[in-house]
Design a protein around this ligand. Structure first.
Ligand code: CS2
Length: 510
């Protein structure tokens, strides 16, 4: 039997016909940008847009992929010369393409030195990043750098050997100033609100702490555009790797799987040259805010709602949760009744059509996005997905009964995982320990639990946490979610919404 071949540059010319390959001369592609956080999302999004652009307009825009956290890249992408298969899947449909835009990978998990050398190189004109919400070391409720964060404390004491994203980027900017002084665009591609502003905040605050005039240099030589990024690309599984081998006859350790839909809206705020991703389907705009609110509140809001409520209902994936008739009615009603009225007009998008398109995307059974994966780091996600729309609704004097249910869902998800409640699902969230301690100390008393969790002011801004309507809605939903019939919270949310709808329509008829 012949040994199975592994994807590498040598295999490019011999790929099966069903697999598309780069149409440009990859051997002459040189690095011009770096990316921090080479996960499934980057491989399905920025790297694919760049690959599209390179075949339309070849330029010096090869990507240097850097990981400062696990997994290591050397044994997967590294061995494959940066090549990987990107599968687009929708129910029974599969499209395969080998992406060539990553020209080099760097593992910098043990020491920041390799990352710093790459980021400080004069060849690099742009840094993009997907480092997850918590990578910014900011306080979710305020967007400011968390100076008490252990990695920030470490990095301020040891600025030459940083471990955090703000510490590494600031050190790289300092090295650029000291060596060649070239400008840099730093483009966040994470789902945090005003991601460019938050990135700029954390780098500026870190630089301020360093002193030495770095803040002025950064203000004059670096920009931090905001961006809205979108494509559902869950963590890759062994099954995905096996599928490529079965379908196409080669082994690829760095497969990425995404849905057909993709979108990228980028603020036009560049320090120098950037890739013309607008030629490849991205949109360059003056203000990303309306796009960002729409995406985070609708698509991501629906995902978080289905994830935590889905786990509580015993469901595994997003598509399982949205196939549940109750959850599906709930999530659509929540988005249409409560979320949509908080959105600004978005050029070229009809909000209701966007809701239905988003929910349609979540029904894709080939995208096996686990509810636990989306529930990961919920504390870093609920502000932009649920709490900001709740705040806007309260300011409008409007109902929040539906949006409060998934907020309680996040609380219940962490409470039930605690030793005292003992559901035993493994959770990963920087606030898991804090919520478990509250649960252990409080026991099964929903109002007391909700009250103690709402008092965490780094997540819940104090004005919002003090709002009686919100407190009551969260506490009552939490009580039901912790009961033997968790979906009662969802049913009651809908019933109450029905009552207030009837009241509203009677009033408007008078
Ligand atoms: C998901 C996102 O895990 C999560 O938090 O909600 O990764 C989501 O799939 C992407 O934002 C879609 O663009």
């Amino acid at each position: 039997m012949n040994a199975i071949e592994t994807l590498d540059p040598g295999l490019l010319e011999r790929l099966p016909g069903a697999v598309q390959r780069p149409s440009y001369d990859r051997a002459s592609l040189s690095p011009g940008m770096a990316h921090l956080g080479v996960g499934a999302f980057h491989r399905c999004h920025q790297a694919e847009y760049t690959d599209d652009l390179l075949s339309l307009q070849f330029d010096r825009w090869g990507i240097v992929g850097i990981n400062i956290r696990p997994p290591a890249l050397a044994d997967t992408l590294g061995r494959q010369g940066g090549l990987y298969t990107r599968l687009i899947r929708e129910n029974g449909y599969v499209e395969a393409r080998v992406i060539g835009s990553i020209v080099k990978v760097i593992d910098s998990q043990d020491s920041a030195a390799p990352a710093l050398t790459a980021l400080a190189s004069p060849d690099i004109e742009l840094v993009t990043m997907t480092v997850t919400e918590k990578g910014y070391c900011h306080i979710p409720s305020s967007g400011e750098l968390d100076l008490a964060h252990p990695d920030i404390v470490h990095d301020l004491a040891n600025p030459d050997t940083p471990r955090s994203v703000p510490g590494i980027l600031t050190r790289a900017l300092e090295m650029r100033r000291a060596t060649h002084g070239r400008k840099l665009t730093l483009l966040s591609c994470d789902n945090i609100p005003t991601n460019g502003v938050i990135l700029e905040n954390v780098v500026r605050s870190f630089a301020e702490q360093r002193g030495n005039g770095l803040t002025d240099w950064v203000a004059a030589n670096a920009t931090f555009p905001s961006a809205m990024v979108d494509r559902i690309a869950p963590a890759v599984t062994r099954d995905d790797l096996d599928s490529v081998e079965q379908w196409f006859g080669y082994r690829d350790a760095a497969v990425a799987v995404g849905e057909p839909f993709r979108q990228w809206v980028i603020e036009k705020k560049f320090a120098g040259r950037v890739p013309r991703w607008d030629l490849a389907g991205a949109t360059f705009v003056d203000d990303v805010t309306p796009f960002e609110h729409l995406k985070m509140r609708v698509l991501n809001g629906a995902q978080t709602t289905l994830a935590t409520l889905g786990v509580l209902a015993g469901l595994e994936h997003t598509f399982d949760a949205i196939a549940d008739p109750l959850l599906s009615v709930f999530v659509r009603r929540m988005l249409v009744e409560e979320t949509l009225p908080t959105l600004m007009p978005v050029p070229g998008m009809e909000p209701l059509a966007y809701v239905d398109q988003s929910l349609g995307r979540l029904r894709n059974t080939a995208i096996r996005h686990r509810n636990h994966q989306i529930a990961t780091d919920g504390s870093q996600k609920i502000v932009q997905r649920l709490l900001n729309p709740i705040r806007d609704r309260l300011n409008q004097g409007a109902s929040i009964g539906l949006l409060s249910v998934p907020v309680a869902g996040w609380m219940a998800y962490l409470i039930l995982a605690s030793a005292r409640f003992g559901k035993g699902w493994p959770v990963s969230d920087p606030y898991a320990g804090k919520v478990a301690a509250i649960a252990d100390a409080t026991g099964n008393d929903a109002p007391a639990l909700a009250s103690a969790i709402l008092a965490i002011d780094t997540i819940f801004d104090p004005d919002l946490a003090a709002n009686e309507t919100f407190r009551q809605a969260a506490a009552s939903a939490l009580g039901e979610l912790l009961s033997d019939d968790p979906m009662a919270a969802v049913r009651h949310g809908l019933e109450q919404d029905e009552v207030s709808r009837l009241k509203r329509s009677k009033q408007s008829a008078l």
